[in-house]
Design a protein around this ligand. Sequence first.
Ligand SMILES: C[S@@+](CC[C@H](N)C(=O)[O-])C[C@H]1O[C@@H](n2cnc3c(N)ncnc32)[C@H](O)[C@@H]1O
Length: 182
Amino acid sequence: MIVDLGTGDGRAVLARAAAEPCAFVIGIDANAAAMAESSRRAARGRGARRLTNTWFGVESAEALPGPLADVASTVTVVMPWGSLLRGVLGLEAAVLVGIASIVAPAGRVEILASVTPKDAFVGLASLDGDAEAVIAGAWAVVGFELVSMRPATAGDLQAARSSWARRLGDRTAWRIELVRRR
Ligand SMILES: C[S@@+](CC[C@H](N)C(=O)[O-])C[C@H]1O[C@@H](n2cnc3c(N)ncnc32)[C@H](O)[C@@H]1O
C-alpha cells in the first residue's frame, strides 16, 4: 500500500494507481477541497478507466494513524509546505510521529522538498550544510534510518508527477529517502 501524504490535487495518486494496477494508492491531505476532483474522477471512470485501487482521505499528518496504522510500504511526501514541511525536516514532532505511525516495518518514506529563505526555519533556511544531520537525528527518534539525501534530478521531479514541482523555478528540491527499522 502506497500513501501520498499532502497529496494536494491528488493527480499523482491517480497517475500512480493507473500505472501500478496491483498497488493500492491512498491520497491524504488536510484540505478536502483540493482532492475532490481526483476523488470523483477515480470513481466516475467506466470499465478499465475506473480506478478501484485508490482512496482519498481528509486528515492532517498530526492526527494519523487512524485506520492506517502500519499499513504503508511506501509513504511519499512531495513538495510539502507548512507543518508537513516542518515535520519531514524534523522540526515538528507530532507530524513526524504521525507519519512514522502509518509505515509498515521495513517500509519507506520518500520525500521531495525544498525550502526558501522566507520559510525561516531556525537553522534550516536551506537544505545543505547541517540539515542532513538534523533530519537524520529527528527520524532516528521515531525508528527510521536515513538512506539518502541528495538534490533531486529532473527525472525524480517528473516521476513524482507533482503539480507543484513545476513552480520550483531555479530552486533546488531535495530527495530524502528513509527506511523504517524492523
Ligand atoms: C504545495 S502542496 C503539494 C501538493 C502535492 N503533493 C503536489 O506536489 O502537487 C502541499 C500540500 O500539503 C498539505 N499539507 C500541509 N500541511 C499538512 C498536514 N499537516 N497534514 C496534511 N496535509 C498537509 C496542504 O494541504 C497541501 O495540499
